[in-house]
Design a protein around this ligand. Structure first.
Ligand SMILES: Cc1ncc(COP(=O)(O)O)c(C=O)c1O
Length: 359
């Protein structure tokens, strides 16, 4: 008799497991990790203390409604409490959005290449991913995304700035796009890196959501705020989208420690600004050095840069690894390098210079 194995949903066949960035490289004297778009700075002033204090009540379930954090966010962004929903990182909220809108037979549109989780969470819901290639300049092709809409489209992700290219879509083109998307299709503006934007023509999604019931803004504490390890993100959306997010949330998904650390982070605005400014300055330095070496690097408005290396992506990542820095290769496409510690960025620049000579 053959042993039967548990029946799993066919929708999962062929769905890749999400690949995290590699841990810090071990090849060099000090190991650096520039593979996950993390913040190289430790938690903002006051955050660790509040988190440690919160850890004293680990025997209790957290406040499921995230009352304190929600109140802080509502005031900060001038939005009603009923328009807010939190989750386990913004990827958790993104998954909830797909679950809330899309199932078998439905379609989810996103640019490609973009955030690796989009096709995965779409397929886990049983829906069909519709990737739309970026333009030659690695920017969202909003006209092609509009043309991809069918009667089955339920959700469209617009990643602004885009991971992994760092490119942005501007206010006029995004508004014109939103004006033409059918009102029963949800548009999710994924703004995980918004704090790093210095291009004044990029809109703040919150201004766009206010009079558009089909627009949802996705934000995270993982990047600029430096709380990647605590898993807290949130969405701003009109009812009934925000209400649906409360239904699809994993109960108690955001820990008490995460809630308290997020509140303390929001109150550390000055230090946040200083650190983000320093990373933006470092981004400009790295981009200029790469350009001087002869690389064509798309202008990044995020905390990473994109090297179009195609089939050499894995080789470049291996060279960085050997020099002590983990970066993020997407073989056949390119390599994403997070802006991190100055020494780590310098190592990547040295590797890039050598590598360029062999191309
Ligand atoms: C565009 C984008 N959205 C969302 C996320 C998810 O971040 P988190 O779940 O840590 O909030 C990431 C992380 O890399 C990202 O690049």
């Amino acid at each position: 008799m053959t042993e039967k194995t548990p029946k799993l949903r066919a929708a999962l066949d062929g769905v890749p497991t999400y690949q995290p960035g590699k841990p810090a490289a071990t090849g060099g004297p000090a190991g650096y990790k520039l593979s996950s778009n993390e913040n190289p700075y430790p938690p903002l002033p006051g955050v660790l203390e509040r988190a440690v204090e919160a850890a004293g009540s680990l025997n209790r379930y957290p406040d499921m409604a995230c009352t304190g954090l929600m109140a802080e966010l509502a005031e900060r962004f001038e939005v009603p409490l009923s328009h807010l929903a939190t989750g386990t990182g913004s990827v958790g909220v993104a998954q909830q959005l797909v679950q809330a809108t899309s199932g078998p037979g439905d379609e989810v549109i996103f640019a490609w290449r973009s955030f690796e989780a989009y096709p995965i969470i779409t397929q886990v819901s049983g829906a069909t991913p519709v990737p739309v290639p970026l333009t030659e300049g690695d920017v969202h092709d909003l006209e092609a995304m509009l043309a991809a809409i069918t009667g089955r489209t339920r959700l469209i992700f617009v990643c602004n700035p885009n991971n992994p290219t760092g490119t942005v879509v501007h206010r006029a083109e995004l508004e014109s796009f939103l004006d033409r998307v059918p009102s029963d299709v949800l548009v999710v503006l994924d703004e995980a890196y918004i704090e790093f934007i210095r291009d004044e023509n990029v809109p703040n999604g919150i201004d766009l959501y206010r009079d558009r019931p089909n627009v949802c803004v996705l934000r995270t504490f993982s990047k600029a705020y430096g709380l990647a390890g605590l898993r807290v993100g949130f969405a701003i959306a009109h009812e009934p989208v925000a209400a649906a997010l409360r239904k699809t949330a994993v109960p108690f998904g955001v820990s008490h420690v995460a809630q308290e650390a997020a509140i303390a982070s929001l109150r550390s605005e000055k230090a946040l600004k200083e650190r983000v400014d320093a990373l933006v300055e470092e981004r400009a330095r790295v981009a200029a050095a790469l350009a001087a070496q002869g690389w064509t690097v798309p202008e990044s408005q995020a905390n990473f840069v994109w090297l179009r290396l195609g089939d050499r992506a894995a080789d470049f990542a291996a060279a960085c690894d050997a020099a002590g820095v983990a970066v993020r290769p997407f073989q056949g496409d390119g390599v994403r390098v997070t802006i991190g510690e100055t020494e780590a960025n310098d190592i990547v620049l040295r590797v890039a210079e050598e590598f360029r000579k062999q191309l």
